[in-house]
Design a binder for this molecule. Structure first.
Ligand code: AMP
Ligand code: MG
Length: 270
């Protein structure tokens, strides 16, 4: 079942990507009530493997979340990633580079934010912002952002070679659902603080971002660090689809408990 799901959402390496052909709102034959129970079950299984990952302390898992404003990156962290032991989960939200970050190459802050051995890293935005934003806002010459596809592929390959498993999700939300969510956010006093003028200016250049994302997905989805395009208009579909794929990654990593530090036979604690 998860194989079918993964094949459906996977971005094949080097193939043109047309986001308009990818659904934002399918429900995969699931229904909301049973999806809730299923998600709880999947999160429980994730926690089981994460416990072993921490104990083993040799591999790490990096989960990258990209998507437009209000595509649900924060919600996903809240609903899915919090099911794991927080002691072994490192969530990082990347903002516009500031201060010392601007004094270094763009991968500097990313490298420092990586999960340590035994940890799960969750990146809410990532080094992909350093391709998308400079391109769309014309902040650097084309050759500069274009070279970053290669840097990023090589960077991710190096991480994989050194023991990190990488899985990347593009949360695919429609233009209309983004409008509804941004409006709701503005209208609700509990969430209006989240509104940022850049949400609207980015929305105004929606097709530019669409094109930039399509190129990023094509150029950087590779078997060692695959992208999945997840329908994100329906929150419970988004959560369950991502959780199942993350669980699959953990199962493939198959972390093991270390052997006891002692011969345990005959030990009695007094
Ligand atoms: P949010 O995720 O809504 O808190 O907003 C973070 C903002 O920071 C978004 O508008 C991102 O596009 C922006 N951002 C994150 N990383 C970068 C980057 N490397 N370069 C430019 N903008 C970035
Ligand atoms: Mg924003």
């Amino acid at each position: 079942m998860v194989d079918k799901l993964m094949r459906k959402f996977l971005v094949p390496a080097n193939k043109p990507v047309d986001l308009s052909e990818r659904s934002t709102n399918e429900t995969l034959g699931w229904d909301k009530d049973s999806a809730k129970g299923e998600l709880a079950k999947v999160i429980g299984q994730m926690a089981f493997h994460q416990h072993r990952l921490m104990a083993e302390a040799s591999q790490s898992l990096l989960i990258i979340l990209q998507g437009r404003d209000a595509s649900g990156k924060d919600g996903l962290v809240r609903h899915v990633m919090t099911g794991m032991n927080p002691a072994g989960v490192h969530v990082v939200s990347f903002k516009v580079p500031a201060g010392v970050e601007k004094q270094h190459d763009y991968l500097w802050r990313c490298h420092a934010a990586l999960p340590a051995r035994g940890e799960v890293g969750v990146w809410n935005r990532s080094h992909y912002e350093d391709i998308l934003v400079p391109r769309v806002k014309k902040l650097v010459p084309e050759e500069t952002w274009r070279a970053r596809y290669r840097h990023v592929r090589d960077f991710e390959q190096m991480l994989v070679d050194e023991g990190t498993t990488i899985v990347k999700f593009y949360l695919h939300v429609s233009h209309e659902v983004q409008r509804e969510r941004l409006q709701k956010r503005i209208d609700n006093p509990e969430s209006s603080w989240k509104h940022d003028p850049s949400d609207l200016s980015d929305r105004a250049i929606w097709p530019d971002y669409e094109e930039a994302y399509e190129d990023v997905l094509r150029e950087t989805s590779r078997p060692h660090a695959p992208w999945y395009v997840i329908p994100a208009d329906v929150k419970w579909v988004r959560d369950l689809a991502v959780a199942k794929i993350v669980l699959n990654s953990l199962q493939e990593m198959d972390p093991q408990l270390p052997s006891p530090k002692d011969d345990l036979r005959g030990i009695t604690v007094v």
